[in-house]
Design a protein around this ligand. Structure first.
Ligand SMILES: [Cu+2]
Length: 174
């Protein structure tokens, strides 16, 4: 019985709300001649705004594409033969082929044995230096030019399971 009362009240309430919306919606329909002069001025502003926005977007897009870290672009920026470090990852650890890395150009060959991980390198102040995806059955090549010696940390940047937050290690650059 209580369900019937509650159900009926809910349906009645919904009908009342619909009726109010219908009344408001149909009673305040604007007529064309009410806002014609306003609309024209508004459209003129909108047109200028659109072209300005398009020009700014285009400039930012070109700058962004030029700076985008495609492997070939990064490779071209590296001078000399890079030191290669193989990065193998799995839940929840990083395996590095070298924990001591010389200053200068380095190429990280990053892959995963199970799920996707995020390979993020952090400097001693905790600032993100660079990052790459670690994907199963695929090797991402990440180029870095180390100019500062010190201890660098690796943290996983992609949630990969319950112990994702402890998936970290470090290496030294000297
Ligand atoms: Cu993770």
């Amino acid at each position: 019985m209580i369900q019937l009362i509650v159900g009926t009240a809910a349906v009645l309430g919904a009908l009342i709300i619909m009726a109010v919306f219908w009344k408001v919606g149909t009673s305040s329909m604007p007529r064309d001649d009410d806002y014609k002069h306003v609309a024209e001025a508004g459209y003129a502003i909108r047109r200028k705004y659109f072209w300005a926005l398009l020009a700014v977007s285009l400039v930012l897009f070109i700058i962004g594409v030029l700076a985008f870290p495609y492997p070939k672009v990064m490779e071209a920026k590296i001078k000399g033969e890079p030191f290669v470090v193989k990065i193998n990852s799995k839940q929840f650890q990083w395996d590095l082929s070298a924990a001591q890395i010389p200053l200068g150009p380095v190429r990280f060959d990053v892959t995963s044995q199970d799920v996707n991980h995020g390979f993020g390198i952090y400097d001693e102040k905790g600032g993100l230096v660079t990052q790459s995806q670690a994907m199963p059955d695929y090797v991402n090549k990440l180029y870095v030019n180390f100019t500062k010696p010190g201890k660098y940390k690796i943290w996983c940047l992609e949630y990969c399971g319950v112990a994702h937050h402890i998936m970290a290690t470090e290496f030294e650059v000297k």
